[in-house]
Design a protein around this ligand. Structure first.
Ligand code: GLU
Length: 553
């Protein structure tokens, strides 16, 4: 071995004893079934997950689980600006809320499980240095002493001469330093980054075979990219990707499309080390159509639905969110789910080819529709139990009502539940209160009666008094309705809609208007489930009280 290079490598990486081969022995091939995928979610420790990254974590998880593979969590903390206190626990909680539990990786701020760690990059420094040292020894990496000002100058010249921007060829000043010069500078205490000595030729082509997008051609990389930064001696994304995904035996790199352009760098790094290359899947940006009708990136700052906390706070069931994520992850899922409405998500096989490359449109309305369907399939008991958990955290008043009236509340949730046309109004646990508050006196405190057809206060009183005095009968639905019709006849309203339509002028109104008064007096709303069912469940005493309350309002 070249003694000079050895001296340089020792100076650049003092105390690094292990070699690449040593690490390969420490992290042997995983023993998995044929075809099992190893995927990872690799966020910075920012404390939370937003919708875009939840979608990719979900896809990573699903891709691994479909094949009995491994899904692990690696924390990429090489950029201290993106690190927050308890940032890992926050991420883990967000994932857990959607049942995305990594098989390996960090389990809190300091600990991890799995044989391929450390799973946090700041603790892998020695490993990266061993790999970088290997490159230096092979003459494939060198120290670069250029200051920020010098790099700016290079860029300015390139811009002026309309040349390709970057540190390459003759622009790569430090590439041509002799080993002796480099050694001397380091001995003089000069700061340096470590750069790849790219063996690439910009005029040659390489192909990225993206599992979702197909083949994309690029020029070979010829940039001498930084692999180890000067200040903290941590690796850049490119180099960490090589080292980590190689040693952790990731089979599928699923990552944001912003990384497509760097593929030639990554491909070259894998070539140089002669490592087996992983497969790549680049995921589109999650977008939304905003109020002005324009398509834009879903924004953490502007869009509440971009934070996964939002779903928890709103009480949108994780099952519904997961169904929605699958819907936007794979274009064939919606149809599959229509055909297999009672199947579990795990029965659907995620397909890279069915990922939309043009970006994913995030549509809250669609998600709420999925949620409605999901709620319509729950039993009243399930709703009760889940709502109890949600209200305990977010609505104490409703929580107390539920605790004190368990059986009754279940009966309320049971109204129009099940059967061929179950009710589909609940969109979230938060929304339920708006659909049932009137069934609980404690929540029906100062109702805002939404009178519409019949609005005259005296006439409303007259209808309610007459009903309570003579026509209230909950024996069965038919008797109940016949009584209302009888009352209509007495008060001058049409009990028969056909007759009313023929000669509306002969009547004060019709049976629907009168029922509307009863409904609004009882619930304050003009749109509710079946009025008879509501009245029957409330019972005569309560119905009378409600009508009195309304009369005295
Ligand atoms: N930490 C990188 C990011 O957040 C990970 C990209 C990758 O998955 O490789 O963009």
């Amino acid at each position: 071995m070249n003694d000079k290079l050895k001296e340089l490598a020792e100076l650049m990486f003092p105390g690094i004893e292990k070699s690449v081969e040593d690490y390969e022995k420490m992290y042997p091939e995983r023993k998995l079934e044929e075809g099992a995928r190893v995927t990872r979610f690799a966020p910075s420790p920012t404390g939370f997950v937003h919708m875009g990254s939840l979608l990719s974590a979900f896809e990573d998880y699903k891709a691994a689980k479909d094949t009995n593979g491994v899904f692990y969590l690696r924390i990429e903390d090489t950029d201290s600006k993106r690190t927050v206190e308890n940032g890992i626990v926050g991420i883990l909680n967000d994932l857990k809320n959607f049942d995305i539990i990594p098989d390996e990786g960090m389990i809190d701020e300091e600990h991890s499980i799995g044989e391929y760690g450390p799973y946090i990059q700041s603790e892998r420094k020695e490993i990266y240095h061993a790999f970088a040292k290997d490159l230096v020894l092979r003459g494939l990496a060198y120290p670069c002493f250029c200051s920020a000002e010098e790099l700016d100058e290079i860029r300015e010249i390139q811009e002026l001469n309309k040349e390709r921007i970057g540190y390459y060829g003759s622009f790569a000043k430090c590439r041509s330093l002799s080993v002796d010069e480099a050694i001397e500078k380091i001995k003089n205490g000069e700061e340096f980054t470590v750069r790849l000595k790219s063996p690439g030729d910009f005029n040659k082509k390489i192909t990225l075979h993206d599992e979702a997008r197909g083949d994309i051609e690029f020029p070979e990389n010829d940039l001498d990219i930084v692999i180890i930064k000067s200040t903290d001696k941590l690796p850049t994304y490119h180099f960490a990707h090589l080292v980590d995904d190689h040693l952790m035996h990731t089979t599928h790199i699923m990552r944001g499309e912003e990384w497509i352009a760097s593929f030639p760098i990554h491909d070259q790094l894998f070539e140089i080390f002669n490592f087996e290359k992983p497969k790549y899947v680049h995921l589109g940006v999650v977008m939304k159509i905003d109020e002005e009708g324009t398509r834009r990136k879903l924004s953490k700052r502007k869009d509440k639905e971009a934070s996964v906390e939002f779903y928890h706070k709103e009480g949108i069931p994780k099952e519904a969110v997961k169904l929605y994520l699958m819907t936007i992850a794979n274009s064939n899922f919606e149809e599959w789910f229509l055909e297999n409405p009672d199947s579990d998500l795990s029965e659907f096989k995620f397909d890279f080819k069915k990922i939309s490359a043009s970006g994913t449109l995030f549509d809250v309305e669609k998600l709420l529709n999925i949620s409605k369907n999901y709620f319509s399939k729950l039993t009243a008991n399930e709703i009760y139990d889940n709502l109890l958990v949600w209200t305990k955290e977010f609505d104490e008043e409703f929580y107390n009502v539920l605790v004190n009236n368990k059986e009754y509340a279940i009966s309320v949730f049971n109204i129009e539940r099940g059967g061929v046309k179950p009710r589909k109004d609940y969109t979230s646990y938060r929304s339920i209160r708006n659909f049932v508050f009137y069934m609980f006196d404690d929540l029906f405190v100062s109702p805002d009666y939404g009178w519409n057809k019949i609005t005259d206060k005296e006439e409303i009183k007259n209808i309610l008094n007459t009903y309570v005095d003579k026509y209230m009968d909950f024996t069965d639905q038919e008797i109940w309705f016949n009584k209302i019709k009888e009352m209509c006849d007495e008060l001058g309203y049409a009990s028969n809609m056909k007759e009313y339509k023929k000669n509306p002028e002969l009547f004060k109104g019709n049976v629907a208007d009168v029922s509307g008064v009863l409904r609004i007096a009882l619930t304050s709303l003009s749109n509710t489930p079946d009025l008879f069912l509501l009245m029957k469940l409330l019972g005569e005493v309560k119905v009378k009280e409600r009508f009195l309350k309304c009369i005295n309002n």
